[in-house]
Design a protein around this ligand. Sequence first.
Ligand SMILES: Nc1nc2c(ncn2[C@@H]2O[C@H](COP(=O)(O)OP(=O)(O)OP(=O)(O)O)[C@@H](O)[C@H]2O)c(=O)[nH]1
Ligand SMILES: [Zn+2]
Length: 225
Amino acid sequence: MKIEKDIEDFDSIGNDHIGTSADTPMRSDAFNLTNDEKIDIIKDDVRHIMETLGLDLTDDSLSGTPMRVAKMFVKEIFGGLNPDKKPSASTFDNKYKYGEMLVEKNITVYSTCEHHLLPIVGRAHVAYISNGTVVGLSKMNRIVDYYAKRPQVQERLTIQIVKELQSVLNTEDVACVIDAKHLCVNSRGIRDIESSTVTSEFGGKFKNEETRREFLDYIKLDTQF
Ligand SMILES: Nc1nc2c(ncn2[C@@H]2O[C@H](COP(=O)(O)OP(=O)(O)OP(=O)(O)O)[C@@H](O)[C@H]2O)c(=O)[nH]1
Ligand SMILES: [Zn+2]
């Protein structure tokens, strides 16, 4: 019975999601529950996992873990699923008439691999060429952080950041490169501690070889995590 129910739920995740392929696959009822209701359910699920593993939940050190993990999922590492948390990006006129590219580099990325729910840790480098509008520098870091706080694949994270900045800045001329370590590759499975993953998305003028090269020269991918 339980298994049939799970299969029904799985089907509804597959068929009932909204949006396009660059969007995080979400169910249409994703925000019917409040955060507190979600925390309450997840807390019981985490307790169930721990008990199934044979852990003694009456131990002082373990007793608070289900609640701690539930709060962390809903409010911290998956807090960016909620569109209400999208940072408001105030824009300004480009009154200096600055016409070159602006690069915000080495933005810290903490995300979570959606295949294993293990951390992704790395750096994002974002650039744009103003079309008459500029954005506060920190807003680029905030946009990266917002989309990182979701179960992610790195390709989708890269595209979501570019699309958001294109919309905020009203220009196609936006690029993003992410260089990140996936703990699902580094600490388990193949256990390759050294490898990292580089993804990129180049919009508008960044498709031009010279402009793309200038951006890549600025960021020189020698980042240490
Ligand atoms: N394309 C892409 N793949 C990812 C990302 N994060 C994790 N993966 C990969 O997703 C794949 C999931 O493959 P599976 O074979 O179903 O998982 P698995 O049996 O745990 O595979 P191993 O990690 O090889 O042990 C793995 O190869 C992961 O390395 C990501 O951001 N992008
Ligand atoms: Zn993974």
